[in-house]
Design a protein around this ligand. Structure first.
Ligand SMILES: NC(=O)c1ccc[n+]([C@@H]2O[C@H](COP(=O)([O-])OP(=O)(O)OC[C@H]3O[C@@H](n4cnc5c(N)ncnc54)[C@H](OP(=O)(O)O)[C@@H]3O)[C@@H](O)[C@H]2O)c1
Length: 252
């Protein structure tokens, strides 16, 4: 039987305290991985997830970092190394949330925040964790993008520019580290239903535009992450994988 088996793998998920990150931690743990559960401010949520994983029989630790600062990401790496070891899988999922508006009204600081939480976040995670993957000749870098990166919808310029910027970093990185058995891929969710942001009537016009006629669920995203983390996806790299029911379809 072919199945996703992440036993004896260690993952770190940034933004694990957030909506989609929680499902990623749970699914990675269900697939057998030990997980470093990252948070920025919500320690209680990360500690709850850590306890869930421990109850499943996994090794887990809650770790704090500001992913927009290299010193903070390096300190997180050292904390994970002390508690669990060197991660095989990194999932770069954190994002800074802010109010979306027109280019003419969006504050320059919002663009800087998106640059830091999308582009530099991915750069810092690579600097912190990829060298150990190179030594072990195996690794998975998985970054969470968005369908918005392909849509160019009004009000989303800061978000789209941050996500498109990180796409550039990640595709170059994929070429740079492929020879070491490391894959680098992006999962791009659509507008996804999750624990604290459930599906509702407000989303009907969106659902009608989606070819599969529903919103994704948090676990739909997490399943794609678990697949890309596994040996089954060992020949896939440099990919931007939409998980949005067909709402965006990158052309070949
Ligand atoms: N939800 C969707 O429908 C959707 C759709 C498309 C793409 N996405 C993408 O999916 C990812 C997760 O989104 P989400 O909706 O789950 O987000 P969310 O619930 O708002 O969670 C954001 C996460 O980022 C962390 N964070 C914020 N600022 C940080 C910083 N400076 N340093 C480190 N961590 C920081 C937060 O930590 P604390 O809470 O601990 O402070 C939280 O865990 C994002 O990359 C987003 O762009 C989401």
């Amino acid at each position: 039987m072919v199945k996703i088996d992440l036993s004896n793998r260690l993952a770190v998920v940034t933004g694990a305290s957030g909506e989609l990150g929680r499902a990623m931690v749970r699914v990675l743990g269900e697939a057998g991985a030990d997980v470093a559960v990252h948070y920025h401010r919500n320690a209680a949520q990360a500690e709850k997830l850590r306890d869930e994983l421990t109850a499943l029989g996994r090794r887990a630790v809650a770790v704090q970092a500001d992913v927009t600062r290299l010193d903070s990401v390096l300190a997180m790496r050292d904390a994970i190394a002390g508690a669990l070891g060197e991660p095989d899988i990194i999932v770069n999922n954190s994002v800074i949330q802010y109010q979306w508006t027109h280019v003419l009204d969006q504050a320059p600081e919002d663009y800087e925040g998106q640059f830091r939480s999308c582009v530099l976040h991915n750069v810092f995670m690579a600097k912190a964790f990829v060298p150990a993957m190179i030594r072990r000749k195996w690794g998975r870098v998985i970054a969470i993008s968005t369908e918005c990166a392909m849509q160019n919808v009004p009000n989303q310029s800061a978000y789209v520019s941050g996500k498109r910027g990180m796409d550039g970093v990640l595709r170059v990185l994929a070429r740079e580290v492929g020879e070491h058995g490391i894959t680098v891929n992006q999962v791009a969710p659509g507008w996804t239903a999750s624990e604290n942001r459930p599906d509702g009537d407000l989303h009907e016009s969106y659902r009608q535009r989606v070819p599969l006629r529903r919103r994704g669920k948090d676990r739909d995203i997490a399943h794609a992450v678990a697949f890309l983390a596994s040996d089954l996806a060992g020949f896939i790299t440099g990919v931007y994988l939409p998980v949005c029911g067909g709402n965006v379809m990158p052309a070949i």
